[in-house]
Design a protein around this ligand. Sequence first.
Ligand code: PMV
Length: 329
Amino acid sequence: MTNPQNRATAIAHPNLAFIKYWGNRDDRLRIPVNSSVSVNLDGLQTQTTVEWGVDADSLILNGNYETGRALERVSAHLDVIRERLNLSMRASVLSANNFPMGTGIASSASSFAALTAAAVAAAGAQLSERELTTLARRGSGSASRSVPSGFVQWNKGDSHETSYADTIAAPDYWDIVDVIAVVSGSHKAVGSTEGHQSASTSDLQAGRVAGADERLRICTEAILSRDFIAFAEVVELDSNLMHAVMMTSRPPLFYWLPATLAIMEQVRRWRADGLQVCYTLDAGPNVHCICVRKDADQVKDGLKLMSGVLNVLTAPPGGPTKLLDKPTE
Ligand code: PMV
């Protein structure tokens, strides 16, 4: 141990995928069937402090002592880190999200990215960013993409070591904003871990996966050349394909609410009228409206007027997972 306090704190942002991760070739190692691309969301964050050397693993999440599945998942992730660092100690984990309560924004990516970085640093170990992405991936696949900065690609790989994430462009490379229309704050009924496991039961998954490399190529090129029109088309297509797989899985997964579809239609109308905006959805009904900075206020104001919209959040591109010298309040 070269960290005498056995304790460290990290913060991480959630991320939004433009080309989605849906389905694993190895569920235990969370090695995905296709590569994906995302952007970190600035302003939204998870802060996690890990302290090794206590009697038993424990978890305080947003001020509540957790037992049951939440603690089991964190403890299983600590096992992965214990194995890698050859540790036998138990850890206490204190974690909090700053996302406004009840927004339904998925927190597993920022949670497992921050947990991984804090647990490794608390043990006094220094690992490469690439290895941290592979460890974070074991907790939640998309957590691998919250470790590096800005616009990030997660290369699917075919083993634990080769399935890693890397920055493709810094946060300030392209001035886009995620304007999030929150239409439900409730916890999703079927989480993504179960969703990944049922993806292959859809007849459409093979077609979605077959075209994923090409969509990723188009998306990356559009980001690097800041070509919003090409970007919008491929991002909406990729989201629609993932939701088509979800809806045709057995049993089917329907995440949309009536307001979800109304917003998607409105976004397409705004784009036809000249605004640079497009939509994408994760495993939930909230709609991420990605737009160029100059159109963000107009999109935000328009969304606020729509029925079924409970709240609107905005997030520009964010930086990497970072260690803090000491926890903030
Ligand atoms: O990392 P997970 O298991 O929470 O899966 C994330 C799945 C989606 O958010 C729906 C897509 C993605 O690529 O982030």
